[in-house]
Write a protein of this length. Sequence first.
Lengths: 263, 264, 329
Amino acid sequence: MLKSMLALGKMQFNQYNIYKSNFYLFTLNRIVEIVVYIFVWQAIYNQTGNAGGYTIAQMTTYYILVFTLSSLSCWGVNEDMAHSIRNGNINKELLNPLSYFQYYFGVNIGEMGFALVVGIATFIICSLFWSITLPVSFINFLLFIILILLGIPITFFFTMIVGTVGFYSSSIWGMQILRKSIISIFSGLIAPITLFPIWFQNIANILPFKELIYTPINIWLGQITINEIVFIIMKQVLWIIILYLFAKLFFNHAVKKVTINGG
Amino acid sequence: MSKIFDNISLYFSFLKASLKEMLIYRLDCIVGMISQIVTQLVEIIFIWIVFQNTDNLAGWNFMQILLLYGVTLISIGISDFCFDALYDIGPKYIRNGEFDKILLRPINPLISIIGSSKEFTALGYFGLGLFLTITMLIKLSIPITMILILKILFFSIVGASIIGAINVIFSIASFWTYRSNEVIWSFYRVYTFAQYPLDIYNKFIKFLITAILPFAFVAYYPTMNYLGMNSNMIYIAPMIMIILWVIAIKVWNFALSKYRSTGT
Amino acid sequence: MSIIEVKDLVKTYKIVEKEDGIKGYLKNLISPKYNDITAVKGINFNIEEGELVGYIGENGAGKSTTIKMLTGLLTPTSGKVVVNGIVPNEKRIENNKNIGAVFGQKTQLWWDLPVIESFRLIKKMYKIPENEYRKNLKKFTEILDLEDLLEKQVKNLSLGQKMRCEIAATFLHNPKIVYLDEPTIGLDVFVKENIRKFIKDINKERKTTVILTTHDLKDIEDVCDRIILLDKGQIIYDGEKQKFKDTYGKYVIAEFIISSKNKDISNLTDAIILEENEKDIKVKFMHNETTIVKLMNEISSYCKIEDVHIKEPELEDILKEIYKGAHEC
């Protein structure tokens, strides 16, 4: 099972890779965005001597890491799912020896692999132009990695929930944009969560999205204590279970609809 | 001259057909518009956060930046609406072999393609842009005179047209890769720079968005003018538009002839 | 002057060699390797106004490449193409006004719109005069039976309905030359016949020159007077259809229904056995070498003949023979 999932992942990765331009373009896009954010914060820093409670070097590192990680949480298999529902491939996929979730998790691995390559390339290119603050300790780097790995099932199940909406509505596209917008705001993608109003921070603290980007980066920057991290990891594991159960139940309900009505 | 007139009349026939096509997908259209607005709101939240940390950005205050943002969105709305089909050349037309059909029509293929744009969701951008622009003009107590309205109208169209020409230039990537939509989009994204005052950037970026990909003429210089900041750069915009279109058409035709000699 | 002149036409493609693995990927990124493939190797022909020409050959013989060069979609590597006095790839748009084209199942109609809207746009594009448009529309609607389809959205049409509309759209502006590439692929017999009849009618009435490429040789058999046969980028036959059959199809296939065979025949003078079993035997022989009577005499010494079927070879049989021969060489 794991083998066929990896094979699927490899296929998806290669599909992206066929077109050389993709790699350059995705990286270029990221860098344009990073540059805008960094210059805006630089301007604020020049004006006020403060960049949202961070030093300017930390803020620069923050945004570079944001766009190193952002593809991991913003990409997903939604488009593939919607496409297969529309053209009827879904029936073939339901007949796979792999379960639907396993199948798409395989595809997702490839997607994440490519996101990682783009992310790392972005990081390396940015490190040529700006000096990046290194992780405060090796343990922090390790915890950074652990949180990112925990983020993968969170993103995946969340994606599956959004993708399942495609069984009921043909306007999956709007849902996808909504998904990306939710993640952009609550993950700290556009700005560190601490800069938002308190009520918003309270919501973000409960949701699991902050741990996709904001928290790992702050662990890298040494802004979060080890005690807090233990609590955060427990919270993430709980969310993985909740999202998994919800995704599964929702999907089973949707599939019944397909198998009864014939799609 | 009559040729230009012919082409314009054909363009509108195509547009009418696209309009009818779009009406069939009314729901998708509304959902699309809402999503466009939501993505923009995310960016506006960022601007709001910025002004929680400072009271001005290179001398521009919150409302002035939002005005710049609104003016940009108007032009982007128009250009997305009019030139969206350029994104389809690679992934849709060339990949499926439909491009041959377009080449066999007795009219310029660029007109055929641009005419089949039907990105009505761009009206979401346009609407939000218009709303922001009007609200900010009022809040900044800038008198909305007839001249200002005409100016905004004229320079928004010029701005959209500048974006369009840049998109046409990069759409030639379609002749080499099916994923040309991503190429166009990548260069198009450079406009993000021009949503903030140019003074926050270094020389390289300033040069990039005034001289190479002149997105600064889309909204930045016009907004400076509307705000009464001393800017005569706005009057160069129409000239830039014309130069860009001449280049775009030349480049496009050249790429097309190259494509026809290599084949698929 | 011929309406289509083709002289020493050559087309060579440069193909990037794709390599596997990360190493190959990186190598390709830096210095891609090209292979030259010559799809059309110096062909010559002239087509006169009003001719119905079948342009045939196996997949990859260079048919589509030639058609693309004739329509100006592709620039020739060398050689000359003149269509109606115009070099298509130099004055493409000028040329487009004179031609119509159907490419397999790719439609030129607007997918989401009713058929009639597409026709109106075509009218506008080709600047078809109002009365001519009306006349054509009426006539085509009649022959192709489009009455009920005009108000339907293209995406809701069946394959056959779509193709009928497509054909009408192609002829709407009275093109001088029409290129039809696989116009009947995937269609049922009735639609096929309908379309063939339409092409013949229009050709007769307007002297429209038609170039037809197809894998369904019934199309050619039914519609075309002349055949150009292409193999591996070269023309191996160009001439009248009947003459083609006469030259390459001098043989006859005879099927004998037999009984009480006493021994295997396995060999006949002047004829080739194609199939043999207890109940029947299929042979092929040349007109000038033997006769059916001689064969019957010979076979009856092995068994009792119950019945005989004689079949003139069809275009398809002949082509099969030619291709087979071409591959054996």
